[in-house]
Design a protein around this ligand. Structure first.
Ligand SMILES: Cc1cc2nc3c(=O)[nH]c(=O)nc-3n(C[C@H](O)[C@H](O)[C@H](O)COP(=O)(O)O)c2cc1C
Length: 396
């Protein structure tokens, strides 16, 4: 093993170094509450909370020996851990400060043991004191868990280098802003062409920016019937969604996309590869109005678009979206047949062949003949190509 050598390295660790280095490690934030022996509610913000044992169920936190709040808290018969939510930063600051009555105007209800559970907390863990030992200038308090419950499964509050924040999935935080702004600029430069297409067909034309290989976000809507509410809508690039964004990608990217399919998906990876090949051959794609247009799917997509979800909620959203796979099955357009088309989509690709924008025509008259659909697709493809050349990025 090689030792890490950096200018910040310190063998002994002065208090400043100690705080600096340990500050590089993030923590969650909990409020430990109790009713002191004089009957008053007590609350202390703690980042040193951790689970200790499953059997028996034990948790721990480390109050400093100097804490006046803990001196009161330990006179309580029990304590309750409130897991704070990302939107409870103000409460956290109030309890971490030195206000006289920290509970004034704070709504709470008693836990089973009587300790305060603040409204809006993510979860509570009600404990009796199991043991209090000292380690250096802190106590190690072990709590025996009596009752615990998730009250509000939202993103928790996080603390890092003196600042507060919230959890964001790696995929979203990394490239989001840059890709989004690039997409907005592309859509703006193609505005005249996109508006012309929407108006000439009496339809709505939206432009979706591709964000890393994770999602497509609607960044512009054109046409008389265009709805501004569409802007900001997000579509996760996971099977069955996002075929058009993936069709020209390399094997590794396609495998990553396939790996995002949920286990209960009825389509096999082979079927999805087949769908990508169809899209690649056509150069465009269509979706049909289908049974997937139920409220549950809309609600899942709305929740996804809000960007406010925990990993557990994201797994549920993905499970619901996976039920739409039949609506994305490739349709071979037979002459003389008519189809209930939901949208026709075409890619705008950059010089490297990467899909940067997806143009989507919707609000088309229906049911439509195979011939009309092909005609719409040709016009959409022409618009996409001229957007590529307008941008000086003709696809290879
Ligand atoms: C994010 C955060 C985490 C904290 N974690 C701890 C902790 O683990 N242990 C502790 O004793 N104090 C911790 N504190 C400080 C206490 O919340 C509180 O400010 C301190 O106990 C106030 O001193 P007092 O108890 O003497 O009034 C933390 C403060 C913040 C803002």
């Amino acid at each position: 093993m090689t030792a890490v050598s950096t200018p910040e390295r310190s063998p002994s660790g002065s208090p400043v170094d100690f705080r600096n280095v340990l500050g590089h490690f993030p923590t969650g934030v909990v409020l430990i509450t109790g009713i002191a022996d004089d009957g008053s509610p007590v609350g202390m913000i703690v980042g040193s909370f951790t689970s200790v044992s499953l059997d028996p169920p034990l948790v721990a936190f480390l109050p400093t020996l100097a804490s006046q709040t803990f001196k009161k808290l330990r006179t309580a018969g029990s304590f309750c851990v409130n897991v704070l939510a990302a939107d409870q930063e103000d409460l956290c600051r109030r309890f971490a400060g030195r206000a006289e009555d920290k509970f004034a105007d704070v709504n709470w209800s008693p836990s089973p043991s009587g300790a305060p559970v603040l409204d809006g907390s993510v979860a509570f863990i009600d404990c009796t004191f199991d043991s209090i030992n000292d380690a250096g200038d802190h106590h190690i308090v072990i709590g025996a868990v009596q009752v615990l419950e998730v009250l509000r499964p939202v993103a928790p509050l996080l603390f890092f280098q003196g600042g507060y924040g919230r959890f964001a999935p790696m995929s979203i935080s990394a490239a989001f802003d840059a890709d989004l702004i690039a997409g907005v600029r592309l859509a703006e430069r193609g505005r005249v062409e996109f508006e012309h297409l929407a108006d000439s067909l009496g339809a709505e034309c939206t432009a979706m920016a591709v964000i890393s290989d994770q999602m497509a976000v609607t960044v512009a809507a054109f046409g008389a019937s265009a709805s501004a509410a569409r802007i900001g809508e997000r579509i996760p690039l996971m099977p069955p969604m996002g075929e058009l964004c993936l069709a020209w990608e390399d094997t590794a990217a396609i495998e990553r996309w396939l790996a995002r399919a949920v286990p209960s998906d009825e389509c096999t990876p082979e079927q999805y590869r087949g769908r990508l090949a169809t899209v690649r051959d056509r150069g465009w794609s269509i979706t049909m109005r289908g049974s997937y247009r139920d409220e549950e799917v809309y609600e899942a997509l709305r929740e996804y678009s809000s960007g406010c979800y925990t990993p557990a909620q994201e797994r549920r959203i993905r499970e619901i979206i996976s039920r739409t796979s039949s609506s994305y099955a490739p349709v071979s357009l037979e002459p003389g047949q008519s189809y209930d088309v939901d949208s026709v989509l075409a890619p705008v690709r950059d010089a490297a062949g990467k899909v940067r924008l997806v143009l989507r025509l919707s609000g088309l008259p229906g049911p439509a003949s195979a011939e009309s659909i092909r005609a719409w697709a040709r016009q959409l493809m022409q618009t996409a190509h001229s957007a590529e050349s307008l941008l000086g990025t003709g696809a290879k």
